[in-house]
Write a protein that binds this ligand. Structure first.
Ligand SMILES: NC(=O)c1ccc[n+]([C@@H]2O[C@H](COP(=O)([O-])OP(=O)(O)OC[C@H]3O[C@@H](n4cnc5c(N)ncnc54)[C@H](O)[C@@H]3O)[C@@H](O)[C@H]2O)c1
Ligand SMILES: [Fe+2]
Length: 357
């Protein structure tokens, strides 16, 4: 197919306090006797939010351990547990950052697809719709709430389950849930969105669809991280919509150098997506010059420090692993550098970049 025909999220509710409408939203989806499963970011264990979950008899609340980014083995173990203990479920509600939302999407798919989630890492390998799934972000920036992928680390690769069955049936965008996120975390995840915008807007895949969303998201990122004097409720609202629009922008284009390089870091060192992107973007003057200067201003203004020298002391084999993972992300490189990207981003050049991180 020449033009991408992409599946979007089914329903969207937006607004401060919209979380309290969850009961009303999911009630019609309840299948006789089958419970809802609320997969909640472990940060909220023991916090007041848990008491606001519309849990009915038989429903389950599971806390997602997101100390590490989601692995296929973790997805499989949750799906197996739910199948054993509940049989059929009415739906999965993921409440948390990008990691928890990705877990919820993947578990939903594995409730109705055979085998291991690792079998479906790739493009359009999923054959059956998952169970009804809802995404509720508590951090803004990844765009995982709108994307058709769920990024998983498997036994051999870090790759998403990209499919038309992957997007949520429903998302609940309630900016109040993101209030009080730690400044550093908020910045790293928010910068994921900023970097999505830059990589989309400066990429060769750019088109008016991606540009319209990307420009709006970028404007919102600039407002919250650069122009405003202090973080307020409006900032939470703005960053939530930036994340949404940034996700829509890359849906019809692609990300670029920072993502391709940070995938290597994350595969080898387990560096998390948000901070990993920042570590890389900080050194990308050659590719995104003005944006890197702007990024440094945001870093300074928000008093966030970007880790340095994280690849110091790595051996040849380790550098090779990162380079292989990164160069495997072909569409990202092509978007960033054009059809001849392989002539521009040689192994030596990438090695030098990794050494600077
Ligand atoms: N599916 C996609 O399209 C897509 C896109 C980009 C990134 N991702 C994935 O998203 C993940 C990164 O997500 P993220 O940056 O949102 O972080 P995260 O979900 O990994 O969470 C980071 C930390 O913040 C905590 N946290 C979450 N909400 C909080 C809140 N309101 N207050 C305080 N702490 C809170 C979590 O417990 C965790 O310790 C990665 O696994 C990445 O692969 C997916
Ligand atoms: Fe990203």
């Amino acid at each position: 197919m020449k033009f991408r025909n992409f599946k979007m999220v089914g329903y969207v509710v937006y607004g401060r306090g919209s979380f309290d409408q969850l009961d009303e939203i999911i009630s019609p989806q309840r299948i006789n006797g089958a419970p809802f499963v609320f997969l909640v970011d472990h940060f909220f264990e023991g916090k007041p939010l848990v008491h606001r979950i519309p849990q009915k008899a038989g429903d389950r609340i599971l806390f997602a351990d997101v100390s590490n980014e989601p692995k296929t083995s973790y997805v499989d173990s949750i799906a197996k547990k739910l199948k054993n203990e509940c049989g059929k479920v009415s739906g999965i509600v993921g409440i948390g950052g990008g990691s928890t939302m990705d877990l919820a999407k993947a578990v939903s798919l594995m409730m109705s697809n055979e085998g291991s989630s690792a079998d479906y890492q790739g493009w359009d390998l999923v054959t059956r719709p998952g169970v009804y799934k809802v995404g509720i972000p508590t951090l803004s920036g990844t765009g995982a709430e709108v994307s058709r992928t769920t990024v998983l680390t498997g036994p051999t690769k870090k790759l998403g389950m990209n499919s038309d069955f992957t997007p949520f049936d429903q998302i609940v965008l309630d900016p109040v849930l993101t209030a009080n996120a730690p400044v550093n975390q908020r910045f790293y995840t928010g910068m994921d969105c900023y970097i999505h915008c830059i990589e989309s807007l400066q990429g060769t895949y750019l088109n008016e669809f991606s540009k319209s969303y990307g420009e709006k998201a970028l404007q919102l990122c600039r407002e919250v991280f650069l122009e405003k004097d202090k973080w307020d409720e409006e900032s939470d609202d703005q960053l939530m919509m930036a994340s949404y629009a940034g996700g829509m922008s890359i849906a019809y284009s692609q990300v670029g150098v920072a993502h391709a390089v940070s995938y290597g870091l994350s595969y080898l060192l387990g560096t998390k997506h948000g901070v990993g992107n920042c570590i890389v973007f900080d050194k990308l003057e050659e590719y995104y010059r003005d944006a890197v200067y702007e990024f440094k201003k945001m870093e300074e203004k928000n008093k966030v420090e970007i880790p340095q020298h994280i690849t110091k002391g790595l051996n040849e084999e380790q550098f090779d692993t990162m380079i292989n993972v990164s160069l495997g992300m072909k569409p990202l490189w092509e978007n960033a550098l054009g059809k001849d990207w392989e002539k521009i981003m040689t192994r030596d050049k990438l090695r030098m970049l990794y050494e600077r991180l």
